[in-house]
Write a protein that binds this ligand. Sequence first.
Ligand SMILES: [Zn+2]
Ligand SMILES: [Zn+2]
Length: 304
Amino acid sequence: MPFSLKILGSSSATPAYGRFPTSQLLQIEQEFFLIDCGEGTQFQLLRYRCKPNRIGHILISHLHGDHFYGLVGLLATMNLGGRTEPLHLHGPPPLEEVITGQFRCSETWLHYPVHFHPLEPVASVIFESETVTVSTVPLQHGLACTGFVFREKPRKRRLNKDALPENLSPHQLRRLKDGKDVHDEHGNLLYTNHQLTLPPRPSLSYAYCSDTAYHEPIVEHIRNVDLLYHEATFLASEAARAADTRHSTTVQAAAIAQLAGAKRLLIGHFSARYKDLQPFLDEARSVFPATDLATEGSTFSLAE
Ligand SMILES: [Zn+2]
Ligand SMILES: [Zn+2]
């Protein structure tokens, strides 16, 4: 089952060279999380044939415009599209006022419930389902800003099709999937669960580190993630500017990935001053080889 990330935008504050401001769509099994929602996100969803009505949660890292100016438009489109399913919106407390104020002024009444969950800039679990736990990571930026960590819960063992006898009933198959042994109608043990199942695939994890200065305390929250996104607004030569604006450079993002023991790194939030992104890749890979650019339309699938 899927664990897949689609990049919708990779630009920092001002649009440049066809790049859109930050947004990503993460699918874990049948749950869809939209992470940040820069201007134009709904056009990017259309472009890459992602269905907005499948999104159950929208998470906004902070209230710089390049991370949420696309939100009202997207929520309104969901309304026009006939959405009735509830939507969970997670973001800094003032976001609620921004959204309700804009809808009030435009006399737009949503036909679906939006449940607003205020985020505080501390590490905490903000959502939990049977499949996944989502936590916040405090980042260091000009205003309150949180990253997000998605960790799959331990998965169930898989049926071993080569070992399965043909005569098992649907009830017995269900028991196997639930990790139980198989008995006959008299309660006698026929097969142990381990005889007929394989170990589960490993649980996967993704960490999203939105706008942030180089900040080593992040590391303890994102240890050993399978996939890490960390912003890299500037090349290494602009370290002073990065520190001034509370952003990171390529090599700083790569250093965080290395310290955290991440398996793969994605970098994005590229400054409009750069057209060519190859130097970003080269610099980050010189520190952390398993790096890719989080550019528009890229998909990173950890499980099919
Ligand atoms: Zn930004
Ligand atoms: Zn920002």
